[in-house]
Design a protein around this ligand. Structure first.
Ligand code: B12
Ligand code: SF4
Length: 488
């Protein structure tokens, strides 16, 4: 008997508001990365013979109502979404309205709901299923069971409400062989519309790719979707994916979303040598740790097309770093930035202001440390304890950090604080974020760097956003004789 073809619709909302600190005149070309998680989930559903649509409300800059109308017009049988903590309230609202209008099955995955399935289901009874953690295998079994109207009893990794009470099934083992997964379903989205800041062009068509899943470290502020056990795709599968994206969509710039891209030195060297030997001719960017970089590796990275690397610095205070279990070596951080710069790779660093033990003095030191590095882009995030993390527990218990709200829409690191430390209020953290950003981007060496970029790159609007934001603030404070930023 022929199976009924059910309609699966996946969506993500526009999340521009999460970066409101940089909200100036909206640039026409802005950063939008391919929605990797949803594309994997979509690929699985397509492979199982479902009719699948993916609506990327972020790429299309859709309002809530536009996205809702689009979802309703597609009449899904199964409606799915993922997302981070600040996205969740709106995602949930959309699922609720769509379910009331269409009676569709609603499924949510991603980091937020995976961290707190019990609480999420109780507060959002319109969610039929939560898929916990790595989603492909769980979603495949779930949608097949829904289509065949079979029992879901044996499906590991799901959670749902039964007579008003949350039922959470046993957790799912990580997928051992990542090569068995289908490639993300790129054909469902207009790949030409995905863009990322680029060193010489300003902004450029991009695709995100993940070559490994999992991270063995234990930083207490980090949500781990893929667990501690790191699994690698084969080099061949990665190179084939990159070649295919390049051939089909003309994308030549890739962001590797691996948690720590260079963790396994030998494998990274082999992978990069393959990019070179197979004449991939691509540019790429990644996130990693200073501890897993050295000169030979950095030189190979540059030779194989690496144009930007982001490192998690978090803080320059060793006590704070130890207390959040981030094993950073400040000397190695300094050396890594120096070497990356030497090989022409643009450098980015990510900081957290307000970890337990943070004081005005420690932030000042961290800022001075960052300014002394060969670093071109610094992101000063306000501490945000995401549910499910060790840091969240500390904040709930008031141990070095104090939780101020459970309004998830506020959990966005930029321009507001959801927790404060023993010696820094929410307002202090917000002020420090602005001060650090302005002070960093208006150093003479940065003014020189960005003015040069302004004159030489094709699309400067988006790329220069933090710089212009900071310059405006700096000039305004001088003209208005407003030195409140300095009063910290
Ligand atoms: C790249 C990235 C970004 C990019 C955007 C990515 C993109 N594609 O557009 C940028 C820089 C914009 C970003 C922003 C933010 N990010 Co981010 N990001 C990541 C990162 C490094 C990789 C994401 C990724 O592509 N993973 C690979 C794919 C395959 O995995 P996935 O998306 O998780 O999907 C799998 C499962 O989650 C699940 N799943 C996901 N969606 C769905 C949907 C359904 C229906 C189902 C069934 C399953 C399912 O199945 C998928 C396949 O296994 C992750 C860390 C990580 N390694 O995952 C952090 C991470 C997701 N980000 C995080 C955070 C906090 C943020 C911000 C809130 C930070 C901020 N600025 O305030 C914002 C929120 C922006 C938003 N979307 O609202 C946290 C989320 C924690 C939490 N509780 O929310 C993470 C986990 C980092 C961390 N370790 O703490 N991020
Ligand atoms: S912050 Fe980075 S290194 Fe630390 S656990 Fe998370 S992904 Fe791993």
């Amino acid at each position: 008997m022929q199976k009924k073809q059910l309609k699966v619709v996946l969506f993500r909302l526009c999340y521009d508001h999460i970066y409101q600190l940089y909200k100036t005149k909206e640039p026409k070309k802005r950063e939008v990365r391919t929605p990797e998680g949803l594309l994997y989930i979509a690929a699985v559903a397509l492979k199982e013979g479902f009719d699948v649509s993916l609506i990327d409300g972020h790429m299309a800059k859709m309002s809530f109502d536009e996205l809702l109308q689009k979802v309703i017009s597609l009449k899904p049988d199964i409606l799915g979404a993922g997302g981070t903590t600040p996205e969740f309230p709106q995602t949930s609202r959309l699922l609720k309205i769509a379910k009331e209008k269409l009676g569709c099955v609603t499924v949510v995955g991603g980091p937020h709901v995976s961290s707190i399935p019990h609480e999420t289901l109780l507060k959002n009874p319109h969610i039929d299923f939560i898929v916990i953690g790595e989603g492909e295998e769980i979603f495949r079994e779930l949608i097949n069971a829904i289509r065949a109207k079979k029992s879901i009893a044996g499906i590991k990794g799901i959670a749902y409400l039964k007579k008003g009470k949350p039922v959470i099934h046993k957790s799912r083992e990580p997928i051992k062989n990542l090569d068995k997964l289908p490639y993300p379903a790129w054909a469902l989205i207009p790949m030409k519309n995905y863009l990322y800041p680029h060193q010489t062009e300003g902004i450029k068509q991009m695709a995100s790719v993940i070559t490994s899943r999992g991270c063995p470290f234990n930083c207490i502020f980090c949500h781990s979707t893929f667990g501690k056990n790191i699994r690698y795709r084969s080099i061949n599968s990665v190179v084939e994916e990159l070649s295919e994206i390049k051939k089909r969509f003309g994308t030549e710039f890739f962001f590797f979303h691996d948690e720590t891209f260079t963790l396994n030195r030998e494998r990274t060297m082999k992978l990069l040598q393959n990019f070179i030997d197979r004449n991939l001719n691509i540019e790429w960017s990644c996130m990693t740790r200073a501890n897993s970089l050295d000169e030979e590796l950095i030189s190979k990275m540059a030779e194989s097309g690496c144009v930007r690397v982001s490192l998690g610095i978090e803080s320059s205070n060793e006590e704070i770093l130890n207390s959040v279990q981030k094993q950073n070596d400040l000397k190695r951080i300094r050396d890594a930035y120096r070497l990356l710069t030497k090989y022409g790779i643009e450098t980015r660093g990510s900081l957290i202001l307000g970890l337990p033990g943070e004081t005005h003095k420690s932030i000042r030191r961290t800022l001075d440390f960052v300014k002394s590095l060969d670093i071109r882009i610094a992101a000063f995030n306000i501490v945000t304890p995401y549910p499910g993390t060790e840091l969240y527990k500390l904040a709930e218990e008031g141990k070095g950090l104090h939780l101020l709200t459970k309004d998830w829409s506020q959990y966005k690191r930029w321009g507001n604080a959801v927790a404060c430390t023993d010696s820094l209020s929410a307002n202090d953290l917000i002020k420090w974020q602005e001060k650090a950003t302005v002070e960093f981007f208006t150093q003479p060496k940065m003014i020189w760097y960005y003015l040069h970029k302004w004159l030489t790159i094709k699309y400067p609007d988006y790329y220069l956003r933090p710089f212009f934001y900071s310059m405006k603030k700096r000039i305004r404070s001088i003209l208005m004789l407003d030195f409140s930023m300095n009063k910290l």
